[in-house]
Design a protein around this ligand. Sequence first.
Ligand code: NAP
Length: 291
Amino acid sequence: MAENTKVALLGTGIMGAAMARNLLKACMEVRAWNRSTEKVKPLARDGATVSEDPAEAAFGADFLLTMLTDADVIEEVVRDGVLPALSEGAVWLQMSTVGENGNERLARLAAEGGAAFVDAPVLGTKAPAEQGQLIVLASGPEDVRSKCEAVFDAVGAKTVWLGEAGEGSRLKLVVNNWIVGLLGVLAETVAFSRATGVDPRKFLETIEGGPLGLPYAQMKGAMMIEEDFPTSFSAKLARKDAGLVLDAAGDRGLAMTLASAVAARFDEAIEAGHGEEDMAAIYEAAKPKQK
Ligand code: NAP
């Protein structure tokens, strides 16, 4: 099955390029497209067909896999003749993080274009994507699930099926609120530690291995201490995700004071020029100011 599977993959950024390589390793045919060609061309060496435009990538494909920034970008890219170009019975695997409203918009677009739609955002960042160790939060029609397994197995360690399309995006928002909140409090804890003359390394060493010592805190905390932020997940996209959480909470009249504060910290870091750096660069907004 995998050998004959044709996947049109739109968006070969940090996540999409890594996922494309794992689909190729699973012997699938990958037609890759990216807006800036320098990020897609190297995939040709791994066996991908590099497409000139999204509709060319989609032509005759069994799956459309989108891994682009947000719903606006996806809508713009997919509207351009992509869905009619897919093969009969093709499935759109929407794996970017688009939030609740974004997901609904894209599901409608799929319905208009006659493609089955699976909402399948992922947990995991650059390294898990490279290692095929993502967790796929999939939701969508029952009758296409078994067909999707080969693609999800190639990019992920685990697929959690959650019900109708939209459930995956909702769980993703919940997890993202946890991640974004952790980052915000970690940045302020490292800053507070420095301001009080406590070596922040001592803080990380003290919590390591115990119930408070998340591996995530060790990894992102070390980046904050070093003030070196090689990008696994950009601050700009983390801010986008905080906004998606706030939108979903706002729609339900739920006040999210902490998420709002962290979003404001991200805004500060982005305005100071750290948007393309890793989300740990939120520390740049929290750190003690030089006197
Ligand atoms: P990325 O490296 O910034 O890639 C973003 C992609 O979107 C690139 O292909 C980019 O093309 C494309 N794009 C942006 N604006 C565009 C436009 N106006 N028209 C056409 N293409 C456009 O992001 P990523 O980290 O791979 O993330 C992709 C998605 O996965 C996002 O929804 C993100 O929230 C989600 N996600 C990321 C992670 C992570 O840890 N990185 C984890 C889970 C989920 P160019 O190359 O031309 O800019």
